[in-house]
Design a protein around this ligand. Structure first.
Ligand SMILES: [Zn+2]
Length: 439
């Protein structure tokens, strides 16, 4: 049994009391076992003086396989971005390039205080992502991308319906619940226009039968919404509802363009929305009606989306941008810092169905947390800790990260990932992909 004492920190619990207190925190093996006790001994002692101790960030929309596409697909709108850049690069992925991309992404996430992610991968080689999650100590719900329809899709990404489902089930059987529950599977149809109705209906049935999540993109872009309407006669959310892809186990990335009826459907079905503000701005997709969704009681959590469109995987950027965007639309009182920090932590955990285990600092929960320095120039004075975290802090301020009771970063040094090798192999694989695409 290993124990960790984090002492002298300001603990931001994000539990129902939302308390902030200067206290010691004790971790035994994977779990938080005491908050506030003093004088306890531990195998590892971390001094958090001048720091906030916060729940690890939960990012509910990412593509780890796209991390090595960073900077290779800038300044395009969604459909061109997909067809001209992202799909050809995904099609050129190899086992080695997917692994390098996932390791680069996870390293960046840990360094920025993200401890859990929901990630949609590409059509091929998703097993490599699971292996990297397992070996780095990260926590993730991972889905193989499903695409059995669509024009201009490179041959390597074109699937038959049955084959796509069989490959997904094989990954689910191999990985769901592994690494003491750190690893989970989700079905991940790319979006309505790249999947047949048959596939979406089957995914709806299987996800319920197997008790796993469904993660897809929805209503990100106006042209996407028009295409769905032309093909199905329905608005995007109504169509997803009609094929069984709404509910508490479903997380829809983006939801930028919604009608009143679609918002009602999201509400009555308990479907989770994932807001990706930087991605929506950079691809010029629009601004999601987050204030309205929250007012209706709809679950909204945050994600960076992929490095191919963001280009950061940084929750501090997403928190700040999410808050600023709603303020410019609805006034400065909307989306206060505390609400945004909830979206980045406990609300993300709820969207993944993991709120009993992670997302807040409470005795009995798994120890997924980070220690964030608040004694630097740009965070001083940090009188209001939550304000400092949401509006002033940066990824570089994260000093220590713990997932499932394992210290994965200390004094900004990654302990399960070799940072320089990760950068070198990501660079090499990115060059290889670029060379292949040039022919
Ligand atoms: Zn995405």
């Amino acid at each position: 049994m290993s124990s960790i004492l984090i002492k002298n920190g300001i603990i931001v619990t994000m539990d129902q009391q939302h308390s902030i207190e200067r206290a010691d925190l004790i971790i035994n093996d994977a779990h938080i076992t005491d908050i506030g006790g003093t004088g306890q001994a531990a195998d590892t002692v971390i001094d958090a003086d001048g720091c906030a101790v916060i729940p690890g960030f939960v990012q509910t929309h990412l593509h780890l396989c796209q991390t090595i596409f960073r900077g290779a697909a800038d300044d395009l709108a969604l459909i061109d971005w997909l067809k001209q850049r992202v799909w050809p690069m995904e099609a050129a992925h190899t086992v080695a390039s997917v692994a390098a991309s996932a390791r680069l992404g996870i390293a960046e996430l840990i360094k920025g205080g993200t401890t859990c992610a929901l990630t949609m991968e590409t059509v091929n080689h998703t097993g490599e992502v699971f292996k990297v999650v397992a070996e780095t100590g990260f926590r993730a719900t991972v889905g193989k991308c499903m695409m059995d329809k669509g024009a201009e899709v490179p041959p390597a990404l074109q699937e038959q319906t049955a084959e796509s489902i069989a490959a997904s089930i094989a990954l689910l059987d191999e990985w769901h619940g592994k690494a003491d529950g750190r690893i989970r599977y989700c079905f991940a149809p790319r979006f309505a226009i790249s999947c047949t109705r048959e596939l979406l209906e089957k995914v709806g049935e299987l996800a319920r039968a197997r008790g796993v999540m469904v993660h897809t993109h929805a209503s990100e872009n106006r042209i996407e919404c028009e295409l769905v309407q032309e093909e199905t006669g329905l608005r995007n959310i109504a169509y997803l509802d009609s094929v069984g892809l709404t509910g508490r186990h479903v997380a829809l990335a983006h939801c930028v363009h919604l009608t009143v009826d679609e918002i009602e459907t999201l509400k009555t079905t308990g479907t989770n929305v994932v807001h990706c503000p930087s991605s929506n701005l950079k691809l010029s997709s629009g601004i999601a009606p987050v204030a309205k969704l929250l007012e209706e009681g709809i679950s909204v959590s945050l994600g960076a989306d992929g490095a191919a469109c963001n280009n950061r995987l940084d929750m501090f950027t997403e928190m700040r941008t999410a808050a600023l965007l709603q303020k410019v639309l609805h006034g400065p009182e909307v989306l206060p810092a505390r609400r945004v920090l909830s979206m980045a932590t406990i609300d993300g955990a709820k969207a993944l169905g993991l709120e009993e285990e992670i997302g807040s600092i409470e005795v009995g929960k798994r120890a997924d947390l980070s220690v964030v320095r608040l004694d630097r120039l740009h965070t001083t004075p940090a009188g209001d800790v939550v304000s400092a975290l949401v509006y002033s802090a940066e990824a570089d301020d994260v000093d220590t990260v713990i997932i499932d009771g394992q210290v994965l970063m200390r004094d900004r040094k990654l302990l399960t990932i070799n940072e320089s090798e990760t950068i070198a192999s990501a660079r090499l694989e990115a060059q290889r992909l670029a060379a292949e695409l040039r022919g």
